[in-house]
Design a protein around this ligand. Structure first.
Ligand SMILES: [Fe+2]
Ligand SMILES: [Fe+2]
Length: 239
């Protein structure tokens, strides 16, 4: 449904650079969190898989940054830097919600599975709208391959460590993601409503005050005014 919007977002080379840089940051941050997960887990197989996963995410970060750098050098030679950041097409994982310390293996795997699934579906859309830029499309294609592997191994491992309760863990992680999305949306909406209210107050409440101030100013006498006798006694205290 949002494909035309994504096509429009990715058409601009300047916007593409900004988004790729941001994606690179997200992937590297995600890799760092997964590396932390490898440190805290007591399961040797998970530790090995998390290490490989973290290396993949770091590599994705490098791929995105390199592509952004080469696009940047191309666009600098043709049009000049006039960039716009667009928030409509988010980065892959949503791994920024991840709190590694204190998570159990099963809840961690459930969270990772859903994040990787979201990444895979977003990168599929981005790859499909990137026909006009084959090198960037190839990067999305390559990363998509890894994200699909991450999505699958996290599910398999979740079924291994929690054979009876993996469905429940997935639902809990889904609800947690939904709640965090709602909070993000509500915060954004509150920001917009706050700006609207302040703008409205500025234009509705301030003009009467300005009018009263101007009227009061007109009633004031110009120049020096003699002080009344009772206020004009000699000073005998500080105030
Ligand atoms: Fe990734
Ligand atoms: Fe991934």
């Amino acid at each position: 449904m949002l494909t035309p919007i994504h096509r429009w977002i990715w058409r601009s080379a300047e916007r593409r650079v900004q988004k790729l840089l941001r994606f690179g940051e997200t992937e590297t941050d995600g890799g760092r969190d997964i590396l932390r997960a490898a440190e805290v887990t007591s399961d040797p197989l998970l530790r090995r898989l998390y290490m490989e996963h973290a290396i993949d995410e770091f590599r994705h970060g490098v791929l995105f940054r390199r592509r952004a750098a080469s696009l940047l050098s191309e666009s600098q030679s043709s049009s000049g830097p006039s960039f716009q950041v667009d928030w409509l097409a988010p980065g892959g994982h949503g791994l920024d919600d991840l709190q590694v310390d204190g998570e159990s293996d099963d809840s961690m795997l459930a969270f990772l599975h859903l994040s990787e699934k979201a990444a895979a579906s977003r990168f599929t859309v981005y790859r499909d709208v990137m026909q006009h830029d084959p090198p960037t499309r190839a990067i999305f294609e390559e990363i998509l391959h890894d994200e699909t592997f991450h999505m699958n191994y996290t599910f398999t491992q979740l079924a291994r460590v929690a054979p009876q309760r993996h469905g429940r863990h997935l639902w809990r992680a889904r609800l947690s993601r939904l709640w965090k999305s709602y909070l993000r949306l509500a915060t954004g909406l509150a920001g917009i409503l706050g700006s609207m209210m302040l703008t409205l107050q500025y234009f509705v409440l301030l003009p009467p005050f300005a009018w009263f101030a101007k009227r009061a100013e007109r009633r004031e006498h110009a120049g020096w005014i003699p002080v009344s006798a009772e206020r004009n006694q000699s000073l005998d205290r500080q105030y």
